[in-house]
Design a binder for this molecule. Structure first.
Ligand code: GDP
Length: 310
């Protein structure tokens, strides 16, 4: 299956809703009156494109309608072009340790967003590119997270460095970096905690973890990826801001796009935070992680169609 097909299938819920609504709006009122444009705006906001992206698309439709005089205006084509323009060429794929050697990727986010699964998917993605990879189970506050990562490691044939439930996450991270250096792996993915049972602050805990591995391997972590659950829509933005303030994110991974009709949030969140969306999760299996591709994303959401205004 090609990249575009994967995006189209994964974004089916968002696409179905958008296509249905925009078609209904344009069929009912082919002339782009203020009321039609307002309906278009509501449909886009409903798909969580956020206010800025929505305004940009609506204004572009208005301009095209005015200049074309309603002569077969392709609303989807205009929306697709605007979305793509706003997303730019993208910045997918993982950074590499510029000094050579191990690249450490810290994966952060609140519990339930898909952090552990994403670590496993990233391990699978890089291993299938011929890289030597390792996983570090640093969410020591949840026994289930450690077990889950070990299970994935076994399935994917990737070593997992773990300690007991309740161990100091920074010390597990230290062990994981030592093992990664000793075994000369290319990538070490670190699963971190999303909530603590202790009174200490999660952000301080993450900062400490990053400090420890930075001392051990200067420049590490080379990537700090925040995992966000697309089904929470724009609510994820508040979460994202908090993490960004504390740990300087280098990229976003948006999961569960297959389970929501709010796929527009991918465009809105990357834009609001000014942090690139690097990967998207389109299912629960190891290979359901795709490097983010703005062109495929825009084309999957606004397919070439018969949606033409009069
Ligand atoms: P964590 O608590 O953040 O580590 O979250 P988990 O990795 O345990 O994932 C929580 C649930 O979300 C699990 O049932 C995963 O299978 C599911 N999940 C993760 N990513 C995706 C995705 O891209 N699509 C779907 N449909 N489910 C996902």
């Amino acid at each position: 299956m090609g990249l575009f097909d994967k995006f189209r299938d994964g974004l089916k819920k968002t696409q179905d809703k958008l296509v249905h609504e925009i078609k209904r709006i344009v069929t009912f009122s082919p002339r782009m009156t203020e009321a039609t444009l307002e309906e278009l705006e509501i449909a886009l906001i409903g798909a969580d494109f956020g206010t800025e992206m929505t305004e940009q698309i609506v204004e572009a439709v208005r301009r095209s309608y005015e200049t074309q005089g309603g002569n077969g205006l392709d609303v989807f084509g205009v929306a697709r072009a605007e979305l793509q323009k706003s997303l730019g060429s993208g910045e997918s794929g993982l950074k590499q340790n510029l000094n050579g050697g191990v690249t450490v990727v810290s994966v952060v986010g609140v519990n339930g967003t898909g952090k552990t699964t994403t670590c496993a998917k990233l391990a699978h993605y890089t291993a299938s590119q011929g890289k030597k990879v390792m996983l570090g189970a640093c969410d020591t506050f949840r026994a289930a997270a450690i077990e889950q990562l070990k299970l994935w490691g076994g399935r994917l044939n990737v070593p997992v460095i773990a300690s007991a439930y309740g161990a100091d996450p920074a010390s597990v991270a230290h062990d994981a970096v030592s093992a990664a250096l000793a075994r000369e792996v290319d990538y070490l993915f670190i699963d971190t905690a999303g909530r603590l049972h202790t009174k200490s602050n999660l952000m301080q805990e993450l900062q400490k973890l990053h400090r420890v591995i930075g001392k051990q391997l200067p420049g590490a972590p080379h990537e700090v990826l925040l995992v966000l659950d697309a089904t929470t829509g724009m609510n994820a933005l508040t979460q994202a801001r908090e993490f960004h303030k504390a740990v300087n994110l280098t990229g976003l991974v948006i999961t569960k796009l297959d389970g929501t009709s709010k796929g527009g949030m991918v465009a809105a969140i990357g834009r609001e935070l000014n942090v690139p969306v690097k990967f998207v999760g389109l299912g629960e299996q190891a290979d359901d992680l795709q490097p983010f591709d703005p062109a495929s994303f825009a084309a999957a959401l606004f397919p070439e169609s018969e949606t033409t205004a009069a």
